[in-house]
Design a protein around this ligand. Structure first.
Ligand SMILES: C[S@@+](CC[C@H](N)C(=O)[O-])C[C@H]1O[C@@H](n2cnc3c(N)ncnc32)[C@H](O)[C@@H]1O
Length: 367
């Protein structure tokens, strides 16, 4: 196996110290609003609809993509058992369907803002061979819709509780406001069984801010593959912990780079810093306790031996160079556990007649 430039001893920065100040949180009530905040969602929806579908084999960041998939596979292997019912928040094009199929789950609910992505997820489900032994309900809608909870949509079809909730590479899009985060966590926790876990991969805000403070010029930093652009490097307490926006560009994946005569223009996609202390504080209100927080570099160190067989599968023929390895350092794994004792489901599998059904969140009638 070629593990390319993955180097377990790659120099690291300290991610343990928070760069933020904290203040109190306000209570949250679910309120029905007539005008959901669609601007930010519109931006995300358009971005993922328009995204170029660059196959991993021609992408310059193929190694990073494979490495990210290794991380997700390890997480799914660690926390999923046969017979699980899974909720995949911000499921995109169903990139993790095959991983859950290998884990022999019994039911999959996926939700994504982009209807086109949900349709691609259905195509992916339909193309799995041999036929999956689990059914899939794919919801086109927001994981933090102000008017609908995920269970209100699911309840129209099924009565489900989840053994696992997953949100990969997306939770940071939700951090524009405390309301969004609370709606999201409400959805994570509402039908998550006691003792079951929520797994997620998000940017490591401490690393991002440290790079901003030490490596940026005009609040911009990056390398040959990515660029991050802030408007400021000051985050006073008065600004709070939400809506701390930055622009992100990642070659072949997020945003765009347009070559013009005058030079290259980078089109950034808005993301938000996820403030861990605040997340822990709010998650507690939804009965969720942080059980693991690991930067990708450390996560790799911890699991590279145990999941060497998966590394061989993903990184057999590609390498990850130092600049891609540096991008991996921008991310972290987080795992929350719902309070209580977990009672695993029976190792039940559906009959052969399984299918994926798409529903539109905003098409359903609720009182
Ligand atoms: C980087 S992709 C990750 C997709 C998938 N989780 C994966 O790992 O392959 C981020 C996804 O988040 C979705 N997204 C962003 N905001 C969302 C929201 N409020 N509700 C549901 N999906 C959202 C986008 O449409 C996009 O598909």
């Amino acid at each position: 196996m070629s593990r390319g430039h993955i180097n377990p001893n790659f120099p690291r920065e300290n991610t343990q110290k928070s760069s933020y100040e904290e203040d109190g949180s306000s209570g949250h009530k679910r309120q029905k609003t007539s005008e959901p905040n669609l601007n930010k969602e519109e931006e995300a929806r358009n971005h993922y609809r328009d995204r170029r579908d660059i196959p991993a084999t021609v992408s310059k960041i193929e190694g990073l993509r494979k490495f990210n998939n290794w991380i997700k596979s390890v997480l799914i292997n660690e926390y999923t058992r046969q017979g699980f019912t899974v909720l995949d928040m911000c499921c995109g094009r169903g990139g993790d369907l095959l991983k859950f199929n290998s884990a022999k789950i019994a039911f999959y609910v996926g939700i994504d803002l982009s209807h086109e992505s949900v349709e691609k997820a259905k195509e992916r489900f339909d193309s799995i061979s041999p036929k999956p032994k689990f059914e899939a309900l794919l919801i086109s809608g927001s994981s933090c819709d102000p008017d609908y909870t995920i269970s209100q949509v699911v309840n129209q079809h099924y009565d489900l509780e989840y053994d696992l909730v997953s949100c990969q590479f997306a939770f940071h899009y939700i951090w524009d406001s405390e309301d969004s985060v609370r709606r999201f966590l409400y959805n994570v926790s509402e039908k998550l069984k006691p003792g079951a876990v929520f797994i997620s991969t998000i940017p490591d805000a401490n690393v991002v801010v440290k790079k901003l403070k030490t490596q940026s010029e005009n609040f911009i930093f990056g390398n040959q593959y990515y660029s991050i652009k802030f408007d400021t490097d000051q985050f006073p307490k008065s600004k709070g912990e939400f809506g701390l926006k930055y622009g992100f560009y990642l070659e072949d994946s997020v945003g765009e780079s347009i070559v013009r005569q005058e030079g290259t223009e980078i089109v950034y996609v808005s993301e938000y810093l996820v403030i861990m202390d605040k997340l822990e504080e709010i998650a507690e209100e939804y009965d969720l306790e942080l059980v693991c927080k690991r930067n990708f570099h450390y996560f790799y160190d911890e699991y590279k031996e145990k999941y060497n067989w998966l590394l061989k599968k993903y990184l057999k023929s590609v390498s990850i160079d130092e600049d891609q390895w540096d991008i991996a350092y921008l991310y972290m794994v987080i795992v929350f556990k719902k309070k209580g004792e977990f009672k695993p489901p029976p190792k039940f599998s559906h009959a052969d007649d399984t299918r994926a059904t798409i529903v539109k969140m905003r098409d359903i009638d609720i009182d």
